[in-house]
Design a protein around this ligand. Structure first.
Ligand code: PTJ
Length: 264
């Protein structure tokens, strides 16, 4: 439900609807004020891949899903932005990969935690970790609010999916020996560079794709899944994502002014 009516034929309809979801999330205390700015950063990077999922992101999604399916304790970390954009897909991915959802906020406020918890329950989640009434442990070397984690979630996880987040935590999680998967439209962010698997794509496209891949891949043999993980090279994939952006801009620079207006 959006606050403004966006005409069906508006050329920027999908993007405006996404923006409205984040604004609605902010009004409902789900999204932090800084989350609005983070979304704008994401929008800018999304232009650089033509607002479509590149093949490089699909390769990363495949490796990410294989890692989640073979993990002993996979966990999905939930912040305000991801919850406002794809709550149903988070619940579905959690179910398919047996990875509990854990609320873990950078800009913590109790009312935000409550709002996110109700949004996840509304989307069908039954067991959500990381809430204030649960035990908590800390990530060493991290001073932000994200230091506090659930011992049954991120605390004991071997694989953690941390979609669109700030930089510090990925490095700390890696130091603790965790396998980190991120979704970040900026291939040069610290989170992107420090992760084991970086999906350079918009969460509104990649989360549904992860659900689709998980549905298919959960029937594969463990050996096959392990082979997919070992064949994935994250550094090369990040380089290929950057190359994709450069090539995309090259192709756009050759378009006529009229075509530019329609696509941008
Ligand atoms: O809900 P909280 O309190 O945990 O706070 C969450 C935010 C996102 C506000 C916090 O983690 C933050 O400040 O993040 P940053 O440092 O702005 O980083 C967000 C990253 O996500 C940036 O690299 C953006 O390009 C990227 N991003 C933004 N929107 C999307 C995205 N990546 C994929 N899909 C998006 N829709």
């Amino acid at each position: 439900m959006t606050r403004i009516e966006i005409p069906d034929d508006h050329p920027r309809r999908e993007s405006l609807e996404m923006r409205e979801r984040v604004i609605e999330g902010h009004l409902a205390s789900i999204v932090a004020t800084a989350g609005l700015l983070a979304h704008g950063r994401g929008e800018a990077f999304d232009y650089l891949i033509g607002e479509k999922t590149p093949l490089t992101a699909r390769a990363a999604i495949r490796a990410a899903v294989a890692a989640m399916l073979t993990a002993e304790h996979p966990v999905i970390s939930v912040n305000g932005n991801i919850c406002s954009l794809v709550p149903t897909e988070l619940v579905e991915l959690s179910r398919l990969t047996n990875a509990p959802l854990e609320i873990n906020l950078f800009y913590y406020r109790k009312e935000r935690e409550d709002a996110i918890l109700s949004a996840l329950h509304e989307a069908g989640a039954s067991n959500v970790l990381g809430t204030h009434d649960r035990p908590s442990t800390t990530i060493p070397e991290l001073s932000s609010n994200r230091r506090k984690v659930d011992p049954d979630g991120i605390g004991k996880a071997d694989v953690v999916l941390v979609p669109l987040e700030d930089g510090d935590r990925t490095e700390a999680l890696r130091k603790m020996g965790k396998y980190v998967i991120t979704i970040d439209l900026n291939p040069m962010s610290r989170t992107s560079v420090y992760s084991n698997v970086t999906i350079v794509d918009n969460v509104v496209r990649s989360l549904p794709l992860m659900v689709e891949y998980a549905e298919q891949m959960r029937h594969l043999d463990r050996e096959e899944l392990l082979r997919i993980i070992s064949e994935f090279d994250n550094e090369q994939n990040i380089r290929d994502s950057l190359r994709y952006m450069i090539d995309y801009l090259e192709s756009v620079s050759k378009k006529s002014m009229k075509e530019l207006q329609v696509t941008q």
